[in-house]
Write a protein that binds this ligand. Sequence first.
Ligand SMILES: [Zn+2]
Length: 195
Amino acid sequence: MKAIKLFAVSVFSVAFLSFSPVNKKLIVIDAGHGGNDIGASRNGIYEKEIVLNIGKKIQEFNSVQDKFEVILTRDTDNYSQLSERTALINKLNPEMVISLHMNNSPHQESERHGLEIYTQNTEASQKLALQISQKFNPCEVLGEKNLHILRESKAPAVLVELGFINNTKDREYLVSEKGQQETAQKFYDIFNEYH
Ligand SMILES: [Zn+2]
C-alpha cells in the first residue's frame, strides 16, 4: 500500500513539473491604455491597439523558450487601473516590466521619430533601458520619470514609447504586420540576451 502511494506521488510530481512554468522567471508586458482610454490617436489608429498587438506578439514569440514566461497586464481591449496593474506586478514579482506606449506631440506631423525610453531611478532599470536602446539602433534613453508604473513597480521597469503616432513613417511601420513582428522579435532577443 505504501509503495503504491509513493508511486502515485512521484507520477504526480513528474506530471506537475513537466507542465508547470515553475522554473520560468516572469516578464510582465504592460500594454498601455485600453477600453475607453484609447491613448494617443491619429487617422483612426489608436495607441491602445498598437501596443496590445505588439504585446501579444512578444508573448507569442517568447512562448517557444523555457527561460521566461511573458505575462500581459491585459490581453484584450479592456481598461485596468494603473494601481491594479502595479498590484499585479508586485504580486508576480517578475524579472522585469516593460510598459508599451506610443508617443505623440502637439504637431500635425512630428519630425521626431523612433523609440524613447523612461526608467526608474535604479541601476537594473537603466541597464534594461540601455539594452533595449542598443537593440533598436540605438534609441534615446530619456532617464527617470515619475510615472505610476515606474514609481510603484518594485521590479526593474521601463516605459517604452515605441514611436510617434503622429509621425507617418513610425505609425505606418508600427501598424504593419512586418513592423509589429520585427518589434516583437527584438524584445524576444532582448530577453534571450538578458542576464
Ligand atoms: Zn500611452
